[in-house]
Structures are given as C-alpha cells and as structure tokens.
Design a binder for this molecule. Structure first.
Ligand code: TMP
Length: 238
C-alpha cells in the first residue's frame, strides 16, 4: 500500500489516502502540543515510539475482543489503518484522580477510585473540547444511543486489558483518552492511538510519570520517559 495524497495534518500525525479507499496511512510525528496547541515542542523519537506502542497495544486489544482500526505497520513511523468516520467524542477513562479531574473537582492527584469513571468531551478544537454527557452528545447528533452504549462497553474493556498489561510492566494506568470510528456498515471500532501522549502511566513503585505530563508540566526527562515506557512494553512482549 502506498501514500497517494495527504488528507490531513494533525498535531501529532499526518494522514494519507492510499490506493485503496478502505485504508489510510498514518504517519507519526515528533511534534508535541499541549493545552489545545498553546504549548508547542518536539519530543525526539516520539513518533517512532507512539507508532510501535499503539500498534502493539491495538493488536493485543484485537486479541481480547476489541475491534480496532489497526491493519499493518509499514515502517518506524507509518501504519496502515482502516478508514473510518471518527465519532467526534474524546472518551476518557480514569482509574485514579489526576489532570483535569483533580482541577475540576478540587482534589489531589492519586486517589484510587473504587471503580473506573468514563467521561466524554466534544472533539472540537475551536471550543476547546468541552466536557459533555450522553444526552448532550445525543442532542448534538454526535452519536446514537446504541453507539454510545457500544463505545462505553468497549472503552471499559480496553481499560481492563490495558490496566492488567501495564501492571505486569510495573506501571499504573492512571487514565487515558480513546477515539472511536464507524466503518461503512456502521460497526464501531477503536481508532486514533494509544500511547504516552494519550495515557497517564506512572511507575507503580515510585509514581514517577512516564508519559506526556512530563512535557505538559515541564518536568524534564521527557525523551527518557518515553524510551523507558517503550522498553518496559518491549520487555513484557518478548
Ligand atoms: P485530562 O486529565 O487532561 O482530562 O486528561 C485525561 C487523559 O486524556 C490523559 O491521559 C491525557 C489524555 N488527553 C489526550 O489524549 N488528549 C488531550 O487533548 C487531553 C486534554 C488529554
């Protein structure tokens, strides 16, 4: 499969049409942004890590009953994926308080929830991805009731699989963001990426952050954290 035409350039990836209308090629960049693009930078080698990690995790999820857009890794940065129409919802699962949850509700980071939470944001950069509930998503026509139910079911399944996998790497899965897409027949599948840009991953013992919060919060050691989390994934998958 070959790239024919660039369709879109996002903050962290470029997306290309291919010679087959059912498939796209995504190309992962080293660019990093935060706070809806206000903070910009580069994380050397991030594209290679995110491409590999996302593909490996999606393969694992497929084996555990979660349909995904992943098709084939072409190179260090390029991957073939199923072409979907993206449901404009950012789906966030949290196991532990952190980030915007802590800020919004005025609680410290690190509170372990009795059960995971799910929330949706409207995927809309102009509006700053505002939080919304199921009824708002329905009212705006972003998804149907059945689609929302399926997205929730799959998102919690992703959490069960990934939480257990990362625990085996000595890593706590704090929270993460997923995006889903529709195939032409209406089937909902997992799309976008799962990587240290889109997950909070803490060392289980030291609570050291091994994810994009190092960049967002200027903590330093960003590249080392990405390399370390990739090393642990590789080790667990050998
Ligand atoms: P939050 O606490 O800032 O809402 O982030 C929750 C999770 O979602 C965290 O793992 C980082 C991820 N995330 C994205 O992938 N993209 C985004 O634009 C934001 C704000 C968060």
């Amino acid at each position: 499969m070959v790239k024919i035409k660039q369709l879109y350039e996002g903050k962290a990836k470029k997306v290309y049409e291919t010679d087959d209308p059912q498939y796209l090629i995504v190309s992962y960049k080293d660019d990093a942004t935060a706070f809806n693009g206000l903070k910009k930078g580069t994380i050397a080698g991030k594209g290679v890590i995110n491409n590999r990690m996302s593909n490996r995790l999606m393969k694992m999820l497929e084996n555990n009953g979660v349909p995904t857009h992943y098709v084939e890794e072409l190179s260090d940065r390029d991957t073939v994926v199923r072409r979907v129409s993206i449901v404009p919802l950012e789906v966030i699962i949290r196991n532990i308080s952190a980030g915007s949850f802590s800020k919004r509700y005025g609680v410290e980071e690190g509170i372990v929830f009795a059960r995971p939470t799910i929330e949706f944001s409207y995927k809309n950069d102009e509006l700053g991805d505002p939080l919304l509930n199921d009824d708002h998503a329905l009212a705006l026509g972003l998804a149907t009731e059945e689609e929302i139910a399926e997205i929730k079911r799959l998102a919690f399944r992703v959490n069960d699989v990934l939480k257990q996998f990362w625990a085996g790497c000595g890593v706590t899965l704090v929270d993460f963001k997923l995006e889903f897409g529709r195939l032409p027949d209406g089937k909902i599948i997992l799309a976008d990426e799962i990587c240290p840009d889109t997950c909070r991953l803490w060392d289980s013992k030291t609570k050291e952050k091994l994810d994009k919060d190092r960049f967002r919060r200027d903590l330093g050691g960003v590249e080392d954290a990405y390399a370390e989390i990739m090393r642990r994934l590789n080790e667990a998958m050998e």
